[in-house]
Design a protein around this ligand. Structure first.
Ligand code: BG6
Length: 512
């Protein structure tokens, strides 16, 4: 199965459509815990509907929703239709086979009932004992659900089945210790090979394109190291605030919500060594090796290497927006960070001495995720006196969203008699180069979990290592004497401290 991803990469470079149409799911029942929740109706069910419409699921496919909210099969079926705009006949027909189990997650009878429903579906629909359990519950229930599943034997495939897999949503732990504890609890019931930890950034087409760019081209990799790269900037900027998730966000903050998972995963792909093969083991081995090379901050260095900010009221796209502390579910004196800027160093042969500057935040000026490699200046500028002020160093910019693509910035002569050089940009746009719809991240990941391709899921050692990197920062911030968050107006690019962080090194954040 793992080789599918390899052919998928080749596909990206050859075909006019970037979809992974070569994957087809086997017969399977998908069981969603937290079926009445927001994630199920906003992401999971619409993604399943898209898979059904693309014809990549087997005829023998069903969904069983499980949650505490009282619902009948037909209530759940109605929900599945209503949360998908423009339901097709294929979706309506698939939904007619969906089932629902009401119950508490700490009550064994919920799981015995579930087992009976699954056995029945195996017989009536032909799902052949294959099960994909999707944990979209509160994180505090992950270990409990896994253990209850094991108690009724659902950690193994049903009769004649090939697999029972567990897909786990983020957040995976809230620090290193809780992540280790959660890993241990899960491993009491499921083998690591059965566990698929989701990071939806890995499902994004352009994040995967990092691998294609780096490892299927001869021109980029030779300059992808400390000899040529001056520094790297990673930006994950959002213009939205915490929306209706204030209560959750109070317990998380930007470091846990974005840096520990999405940023670390993107860094892994951008900075890792070439993998021998594009498969679950090789890619994840390289990513974890890279994460292990990221320098762990000494507690007394955190203040000079990390800035935490929180949005105050401000203006965004002509509208006045409120401060984080005025959001629903947020304490009026909250010190939770909605912005983080940090400087990381990688202690390995390739990246020694190359700073990685990361910034992420909510209520920033615009939504943009990108990784920029800034190159060193040429060793000798023969026409330094004739350079335009607009000549910047060279950049390779990997644009993850919203306008997916890659830009290369370099100096070009300004037309005319005089010899002036100015920075220009050569832009590759995903949307222009490929026709066809790009699958949503969830769509891709759910299909991969059904097919059994773990490449884009996070392994236990990766999750632990990324917590190891952020733990000293969390500890520093938890100290009662730690400096408070720096405020920034909504609609800006974060607190001025973030500018100082990079300007101290005679560098600047890229203007986006
Ligand atoms: C989620 C975070 O993991 O990622 C959210 O919990 C954030 O707070 C979201 O808004 C960002 O994802 P995307 O795909 O919009 O960049």
């Amino acid at each position: 199965m793992e080789s599918t991803t390899e052919s998928e990469l080749t596909e990206i470079t050859k075909s006019s459509t970037p979809t992974s149409t070569d994957k087809h799911a086997p017969p399977v029942t998908m069981i969603i815990f937290g079926a009445s929740g927001d994630l199920t109706s906003r992401k999971i069910l619409p993604s399943i509907a898209a898979l059904v419409n693309r014809g990549v699921l087997d005829e023998a496919f069903s969904v069983v929703g499980v949650a505490r909210t009282e619902m009948s099969d037909s209530d759940f079926q109605k929900l599945a239709i209503e949360c998908v705009p423009d339901s097709t006949d294929a979706w309506k027909s698939a939904v007619s086979r969906f089932r629902y189990v009401t119950g508490e997650y700490d009550d064994l009878s919920t799981f015995s009932t579930l087992q009976n429903v699954l056995d029945e579906l195996d017989k009536t629909i032909g799902t052949q004992g294959n099960r994909l359990f999707y944990l979209a519950t509160l994180p505090s229930m992950f270990a409990e659900v896994a253990s209850q599943l094991a108690q009724v034997g659902l950690n193994k495939p049903g009769p004649g089945g090939l697999f029972a897999r567990l897909v786990i949503e983020k957040p995976f732990g809230r620090d290193l210790q809780s992540a280790i504890t959660l890993n241990r609890s899960l491993h009491e019931s499921f083998d690591e090979a059965q566990i698929y930890r989701i990071d939806h950034y890995l499902g994004k087409e352009t994040v995967q394109n990092v691998l294609a760019l780096r490892f299927s081209n001869a021109i980029f990799e030779p300059v992808w190291d400390r000899r040529y790269v001056d520094h790297i900037q990673v930006t994950v900027a959002e213009s939205i605030g915490v929306e209706h998730r204030g209560g959750f966000y109070e317990t998380a903050g930007a470091l846990r919500d974005i840096v520990q998972n999405h940023v670390m995963q993107v860094l892994g792909l951008v900075l890792m060594e070439p993998a021998a093969q594009v498969d679950g083991q090789s890619i994840r081995d390289e990513k974890v090796k890279l994460l292990r090379s990221i320098e762990i901050m000494e507690p007394d260095k955190v203040d000079s290497l990390v800035v935490r900010g929180q949005y105050d009221q401000g203006w965004l796209e002509g509208n006045q927006v409120s401060a984080y502390r005025q959001e629903d579910g947020v304490a009026p004196d909250s010190n939770t960070e909605t912005f983080v800027a940090m400087k990381l160093m990688v202690d390995n042969w390739r990246w020694a001495g190359v700073p990685i500057y990361v910034r992420t935040g909510k209520r920033l000026q615009k939504r943009v995720t990108e990784v920029a490699l800034q190159f060193k200046r040429v060793p000798h500028l023969a026409f330094a006196d004739r350079l335009s002020r607009e000549l910047t160093p060279n950049y390779i910019i990997l644009r993850v969203q919203p306008e997916e693509g890659i830009s290369v910035r370099f100096g070009a002569k300004v037309p005319g008699q005089s010899f002036r050089v100015k920075t220009v940009s050569m832009d590759f746009s995903y949307g222009d180069a490929f026709s066809g719809e790009t699958p949503d991240a969830y769509e891709r990941l759910i299909l991969d979990a059904m097919v059994g391709d773990p490449t884009l899921f996070i392994r236990a050692d990766e999750v632990a290592q990324s917590w190891t990197i952020v733990d000293p920062i969390l500890e520093n911030w938890a100290d009662e004497f730690a400096s408070p968050v720096s405020m920034y107006p909504a609609g800006s690019w974060g607190p001025t401290d973030a500018d100082l962080l990079i300007e101290r090194d005679q560098r600047r954040w890229l203007i986006l």
